[in-house]
Design a protein around this ligand. Structure first.
Ligand code: MN
Length: 325
């Protein structure tokens, strides 16, 4: 992972381009959607399309204003950008496209574009996008401000996670002045759930188990449980931070059996202050940030998946916790 382009150089390329294609990552979150549309709305004079392999979830459509976009078949953009996608696999069916510039902030991020810019100190890709647009001299319209504010708010849990810096807050303040609707963004990002999401929450709360005297919490979301609660893979997408809210839990592990390939398991980990979950997930080919990371494994059944993951997780937990004196 090495940057071979600077922010002013990215700004220059954005300015020169008359047409831009922007790719968001699969299972789109507020950061990838807000970053893509932040660029689009700040450059209304250009022809810009934002594409994603999955539909934009309804709670993020206040940013995109539609569940998806498609570009004309003969569209030949001057510039192709990927935002917040740490690997080409995360682009889904667009994973084979040639990407000119990747803009990302994940601690583990592949250099799959011609030009790669990754800043792991940025709380969100939206922060980097904001800096680039400022260098461009682009006008941050209220729509652009709303999009970028949402990107940053989303990845910082509403400016509460430890990745939030003084600079994050300064940028957020600028975006408020530029017209971001704080209350509306917070409501859409954090206080709006579908009925299916509420069922998914019940499923999580009912199925938390504890290890290491309550320091490690595990939710194993099997297909059987999903069926019982009438929820889909998409409904359980946002649940991985829930077990971390429990007092005493340092490491939260969520295992999700995939409905359409039951021998595959998505793993999400969240930690409090000590455990580097990026490192644990790297042990089985995943990655992310030190306090939030994930990956995918194969196993014969949910119990085996759990044994595999817990072996790594509990080892790392024991080695990371401060020793009692
Ligand atoms: Mn992000």
């Amino acid at each position: 992972m090495e940057n071979n382009i600077t922010l002013p150089e990215i700004a220059e390329k954005l300015k020169e381009a008359r047409s831009i294609l922007i790719f968001m990552h699969r299972r789109p979150d507020g950061d990838t959607v807000g970053s893509a549309y932040g660029i689009k709305y700040a450059m209304p004079e250009k022809e810009v399309y934002c594409l994603c392999a999955d539909d934009i979830p309804s709670r993020l459509q206040y940013i995109s204003k539609a569940p998806f976009e498609s570009c004309p078949d003969d569209f030949e953009p001057d510039l192709i950008i990927a935002v917040d996608a740490a690997s080409p696999g995360l682009l889904g069916r667009f994973g084979d496209e040639i990407i000119d510039i990747k803009i990302d902030h994940h601690e583990t991020s592949e250099d799959y574009a011609e030009y790669n810019y990754t800043d792991p100190t940025a709380a969100a890709t939206g922060e980097i996008v904001y800096k680039i647009l400022k260098i461009c001299g682009a006008t941050i319209t209220p729509d652009a401000a709303n999009a970028i504010y949402s990107a940053i708010s989303s990845d910082t849990g509403g400016f509460r996670y430890s990745n939030t810096t003084a600079e994050t807050l300064r940028i957020a303040a600028d975006l408020c002045e530029a017209g971001a609707d704080m209350a509306e963004c917070s409501h859409m990002l954090f206080e709006s759930r579908t009925q299916a999401e509420v069922r998914a929450l019940s499923a999580v709360y009912a199925n938390i188990r504890y290890f290491e005297n309550g320091g490690v919490a595990v939710v194993n979301m099997t297909n059987e449980i999903k069926k019982r609660y009438n929820i889909t893979d998409d409904d359980v997408g946002e649940i991985s931070s829930i077990p971390r809210e429990i007092e005493g839990v340092e490491l939260a592990v969520t295992i999700r059996q995939l409905s359409n390939s039951p021998d595959r398991y998505k793993i999400s980990m969240r930690s409090g202050r000590f455990v580097d979950v990026d490192k644990i997930c790297a042990l089985f080919g995943g990655g992310g940030h030190s306090r939030a990371a994930g990956g995918e494994i194969s196993a014969q059944n949910p119990q085996q998946a759990e044994r595999i993951v817990l072996k790594y997780a509990i080892d790392a937990y024991r080695n990371s916790m401060p020793k009692p004196r």
